[in-house]
Design a protein around this ligand. Sequence first.
Ligand SMILES: Cc1cc2nc3c(=O)[nH]c(=O)nc-3n(C[C@H](O)[C@H](O)[C@H](O)COP(=O)(O)O)c2cc1C
Length: 175
Amino acid sequence: MTASSNSAAPVEPGQSAAERSRALRDTLGHFATGVTVVTTLDASGEPVGMTVNSFNSVSLDPALILWSIDRSSLSYAAFTQSERFVVHVLKGDQQHVSNLFAGRGADKFGQVKWHRGPENVPQLDDCAALFHCRRTQNIEGGDHTIMLGEVLEFSASGGEPLVFHCGGYRALAGE
Ligand SMILES: Cc1cc2nc3c(=O)[nH]c(=O)nc-3n(C[C@H](O)[C@H](O)[C@H](O)COP(=O)(O)O)c2cc1C
């Protein structure tokens, strides 16, 4: 496919920084992802969590994953300072959980089933898969910080995944 056959708008010479940023975000949105909720504890031991689709695998040996956090997130201090975090891969019927944890500073844990897992880190019930991680590195990445984690424990219960594409939730296409 040539660049000219794509429907996304090209970068215009007269575009403002905000317009260009919006266009970049929209274009990046063509890359379909799963949806995760990442949880940790803040300095006073309270549960913290946010919806994340920047999650990805990095290495099998050692077992490493990454995700990136917006520096303006209310949860930024908790995630960049805590030793542990848990990545939960959401199922197709957990759109409400994704929306809940995408709320800024909302009362997130009062509205879902969860329990304290290893090291007391909050663990959501009924997810497709989860990865309990030790934070190994924070890597500066512009307006985000890349969180690198070593996977200590993991499990999967399966089920259809929640998919995010072009700013909306999708079902996985059948075979
Ligand atoms: C599908 C989806 C994926 C998201 N992925 C990320 C992400 O990878 N990194 C990030 O910092 N924010 C991401 N967000 C936005 C955060 O979930 C949102 O800013 C949330 O309010 C952060 O919570 P906090 O401000 O209470 O910390 C995503 C939101 C949605 C709906």
